[in-house]
Write a protein that binds this ligand. Structure first.
Ligand code: PLP
Length: 383
């Protein structure tokens, strides 16, 4: 059977079953957690325990602006080296800052992380990324090793071996993707360098948080079977996301997140992702597992999501469409930016064929099984 656009539209037996069960869905934006879950996820290490000297911001982009302004003014940075495989929205933010951007070859498939091949000086700063939490302690490098300052992005695993043992000048992560909270991001210096102060929280950021929070609460009501239209929670979430960080792009986090970061355990939340990944691998058939892009979690590390690499972009897009029709909302990232003329065909190919499915604290083995049975059907279409 070939899975084509038409069969995606009409061949949908599982959907009927799911639709009888309240408003179950899988993936996409976080919803607000119940009190019971909030209690369940407290009681072990918090982010404040792990990085007591970190500066708390609203978003990762707020952190990036702040650390670049600081490095340009105080550390002589003139050029930032960005990995070829990276999120364009962040590159656009950096383009608004007075620093030259150059790219070096690095992507998730490179088992030895890429680095600039040119000679680096104290006017350079290299930005490194731990894609999907696939890189462990072996990726650690210090400024002395490469000849200039290093900024590391640990958004995909901020408590794994690389992040906690880092020797970089600065490390950053957004927190709001892996916590059930509307905002939050941190900057810390493993080398004990001066960390620019956490910014004040702006009114414009708080207005965006209010929209995000209502989207999260409405999504929780929806998932619990209340009479809430999907467009309502989607709108709050999308409007909030557009405005988050505030009009000048730099802000502190809201009081609610500041408080809950001291309650929620990041170790518990992270362990659940690994457990769900292992559950997925146990339950998945060989025909699904053959599309896993990566199936090994580095020692003392935590993966971000379940990442697949399909045979072609069109196959990936068909699987994605089928999942969405069956209320499983995966992600593809990052779209390849053609305007930068990046010399990384392998990275572009990965971007074209990859699909990421969540496996975070929102889900248990039953959810994983349900999601998997839908994915199995999508993949069966190619046999
Ligand atoms: C790898 C990475 N770094 C930084 C950011 C920026 O974080 P924020 O969206 O909180 O500004 C993102 C956002 O998705 C990201 O994926």
């Amino acid at each position: 059977m070939m899975l084509d656009q038409q069969s995606v539209k009409i061949k949908d037996p599982i959907r009927t079953v799911e639709n009888n069960e309240s408003n179950w869905e899988y993936g996409s934006e976080n919803h607000w957690l119940s009190e019971k879950q909030l209690k369940e996820f407290s009681g072990d290490k918090t982010i404040y325990d792990l990085y007591p000297d970190a500066a708390l911001h609203s978003t990762g982009c707020s952190v990036i602006r702040s650390v670049l302004w600081h490095g340009i003014a105080n550390r002589g940075w003139k050029t930032i080296w960005m990995p070829s495989y990276f999120i364009k929205e962040v590159i656009v933010v950096i383009q608004g800052i007075d620093i030259e951007i150059k790219f070096y070859h690095d992507n998730p498939l490179m088992t030895t992380p890429g680095l600039p091949t040119e000679k680096l000086t104290s006017e350079d700063v290299v930005f490194r990324m731990n894609y999907f939490g696939w890189r462990g302690a072996e990726a650690i490098l210090s400024s002395q090793d490469i000849g200039c300052d290093i900024i590391e992005d640990h958004c995909h695993d901020f408590i794994g071996a690389w992040a906690t043992q880092s020797q970089a000048t600065y490390c950053l992560t957004t927190l709001r993707k892996l916590y059930p909270l509307p905002d939050g991001a941190i900057l810390w210096s493993p080398q004990g360098e001066e960390v620019p102060e956490a910014p004040a929280t702006t009114d414009s950021h708080l207005a965006a948080v209010q929209k995000k929070l209502s989207g999260m609460l409405l999504k929780q009501f929806y998932l619990n079977g209340c009479d809430v239209a999907k467009e309502e929670f989607r709108k709050g979430s999308l409007d909030g996301e557009d405005e988050i960080g505030g009009t000048n792009g730099v802000s502190g986090a809201c009081e609610l997140s500041k408080h809950l970061f001291s309650v929620l355990s990041i170790t518990k939340l992270s362990k659940l992702r690994n457990e769900n990944f292992e559950t997925f691998k146990k339950l998945a058939s060989p025909s699904v597992k053959k599309y896993l892009a990566w199936d090994t979690i580095p020692a003392d590390s935590y993966i971000f999501s379940i990442v697949f690499l399909f045979d072609s972009e069109s196959q990936r897009d068909l699987v994605k469409a089928y999942l969405i029709q069956n209320k499983v909302y995966p992600a593809t990232f990052w779209d390849w930016p053609t305007e930068y003329a990046l010399d990384d065909p392998e990275g572009k190919d990965f971007s074209d064929r990859m699909l990421s499915i969540h496996c975070d604290f929102r889900y248990n083995a039953d959810d994983i099984q349900k999601m998997l049975s839908i994915l199995e059907r999508a993949i069966e279409g190619f046999k």
